[in-house]
Each structure stands twice: as structure tokens, then as C-alpha cells.
Design a protein around this ligand. Structure first.
Ligand code: 3PG
Length: 309
């Protein structure tokens, strides 16, 4: 059996994760190819030409990539968000697309809480800051990351509330000591810290802007470890211009990063490159899960984590 699995990661996995992925694939009797830190789309197009399976991170799998991958059967996004994969193009070619839900969530949740402390303490510069204890942490979408942020927020003594358009059962929240609120408006209106955990979809793109941000309490901080695309940047700039108490921290630079830095100083911060899932643990968890899912798919036809069913 001469199946070939390509690991294509513009932002590479930790070495331990790559070694673990290679072992799983080769132990199953398949071949591994590695394309890391590529700088040009042409490199990816060439590498996928003879791949039967593909492991990616935020790498863009466009219709062009799908077209170039004549023998491709499965793409596994080692991570949660699959907005970087053209699902329609994959589905049209009968290619199975999966993610590895939950595998890198703890890394992202820890970063979200760390970002709150960073902003509460003037970005680690001198001056009187504030504490998270006793503040209201509002979680927008209660999936794998949202839940972990909620539990960690509780441990820090925060008052945790959450809204998820797809979870109607209050018990899901109550099990973590988290209060369910019934609308997005109610969530933002109470949020000293608003932690975003929504995916980037046609419905959510540019959905967080002036109206929601200006409804937040005095001194509130918006924390974005989800996607830059869900933010209406012009709306956020307008809100933070009108309200000099509001803060925004994001794990991936907005298009308007330079303007925001200049206008808002210490009220704004963006990581230079998305780092939420950049821990050895998350790389190992998500990478090995991806490899195992591919082997399982080829050996048994298991499509449990397929996102384009
Ligand atoms: C995810 O959706 O899993 C995270 O955003 C991590 O993305 P990354 O693999 O590009 O770090």
C-alpha cells in the first residue's frame, strides 16, 4: 500500500509533534512528505500533486490546491477552525475534510486568560492596574475553548456568563458554574472581559463592531483569540475613539493594526503572528490526532470528525 501523507505547515509543528506524526504514518505502512515554512503557493501546489492525504494548520487549501491534488482523499486540519479550507471545492471532488476538535483548546484558553491579565496590568508597564477577580467574564460561544476559558475564569474568582446560539440547555453552562444569558446583546452589556470563541463563517464575519462594543461596561476589554475576520474593524475603531475606556487585544493582527496601535496605544495589542495554539502540547495533541484520524480513515473508513458531510 503506497499511500502518501503530506504534512504542509507554513507555521511548523514542534519537532516532537512532527516526529510523532511520522511514526504513526510509517507504522501504518504509509509514506510521509514534509513541507514546512513554505513561502510560495507554488511550493504547496507542487507538493500536493501526488499526496493521498494532507495534514495542515491554517494553511489555505483553495480550489486551486484541490485541483492540483489529483490523488487527494482526505484533508485534516490539525486544529479547530477550518475557514482556511474551501469545503465546497473539496466536497465536489469527494474529498473528506476533518478537523481535530478540542486538541489545541487548552493552549488557546490559557492565552485568552493571559491576555486579560496583560491588559489589566497596563501591558506589563508601570502604573496601577486592576485584578480579574470579581470582574464579569463573558464568553461568546461555549465550545471547546469557551468552556475551558469559563472554568479557568471561575478559578480566578471571576463572575462567568456565556452565550452560545447553538446551546439552549442551561445545564451545559451550570455544570461549570457559568450563567447562561439569552442574547448576544445581554452578553456584551455585562462584559468586563468579552472572550470571543466564534468561528469565521458567512454569518459571523464582521459581526462584532461598534454597536456591541459600545454596549460594554466602562473599562471593558474585548479579547479575540478566535479570528480577525469576525471583527468589523472600522466599527471597533469608531467605538474605541468615542469611548476612551475600551480596550482590544487580539491574537492576530487586524488589517488596521498600525492605525489601532497609533490611535489607542496601551488600549490595543495584537500578537505579530497567531500564537494561540503555539504550544508543544497543542502541536502534539492536534498533530497526532490528525495522523491517527487519517490512518483510521484509510484502514476503517471512520469519518467521525468530518466537517463536510
Ligand atoms: C485553530 O483554529 O485550531 C487555531 O486557530 C490554531 O491555528 P494554527 O494551527 O494556525 O495555530
Amino acid at each position: 500500500n503506497d499511500m502518501k501523507v503530506l504534512i504542509a505547515t507554513e507555521k511548523p509543528f514542534a519537532k516532537k509533534a512532527v516526529d510523532g506524526i511520522k511514526k504513526i504514518i510509517t507504522d501504518a505502512g504509509y509514506e510521509v512528505a514534509l513541507l514546512e515554512k513554505y513561502t510560495d503557493k507554488a511550493q504547496l501546489l507542487a507538493a500536493v500533486a501526488d499526496a493521498n492525504a494532507l495534514i495542515i494548520r491554517s494553511d489555505k487549501v483553495t480550489a486551486e490546491v484541490i485541483e492540483a491534488a489529483k490523488n487527494l482523499k482526505i484533508v485534516v486540519r490539525a486544529g479547530a477552525g477550518y475557514d482556511n479550507v474551501d469545503l465546497a471545492a473539496a466536497t465536489a471532488k469527494g474529498i473528506v475534510v476533518m478537523n481535530t476538535p478540542g486538541q489545541n483548546s487548552n493552549a488557546v484558553a490559557e492565552l485568552a486568560l493571559g491576555m486579560m491579565v496583560f491588559m489589566a496590568r497596563n501591558q506589563f508597564t508601570p502604573g496601577t492596574g486592576s485584578e480579574l477577580k470579581g470582574k464579569t467574564l463573558a464568553i461568546h460561544a461555549y465550545g471547546n475553548v469557551g468552556k475551558l476559558v469559563g472554568r479557568k475564569g471561575k478559578a480566578l474568582g471571576m463572575n462567568v456568563i456565556a452565550f452560545d446560539p447553538f446551546i439552549t440547555d442551561a445545564k451545559v453552562f451550570e455544570a461549570d458554574g457559568v450563567k447562561k444569558v439569552d442574547s448576544i446583546e445581554e452578553l456584551y452589556a455585562q462584559a468586563d472581559y468579552l472572550s470571543l470563541h466564534i468561528p469565521a463563517t458567512e454569518q459571523t464575519k464582521k459581526s462584532i463592531g461598534h454597536k456591541l462594543m459600545t454596549s460594554m461596561p466602562k473599562g471593558a476589554t474585548l479579547v479575540n483569540t478566535a479570528r480577525k475576520e469576525v471583527i468589523d474593524e472600522a466599527g471597533v475603531i469608531q467605538a474605541m475613539t468615542e469611548r476612551e475606556d475600551l480596550k482590544y487585544i487580539t491574537d492576530i493582527a487586524p488589517e488596521a493594526a498600525a492605525e489601532m496601535s497609533e490611535k489607542f496605544g496601551k488600549r490595543f495589542f495584537a500578537t505579530p503572528k497567531k500564537m494561540g495554539a503555539e504550544t508543544a502540547e497543542a502541536n502534539i495533541n492536534a498533530g497526532l490526532a490528525a495522523a491517527n484520524q487519517i490512518v483510521d480513515f484509510f484502514k476503517t473508513g471512520n469519518t467521525r470528525f468530518q466537517v463536510n458531510k
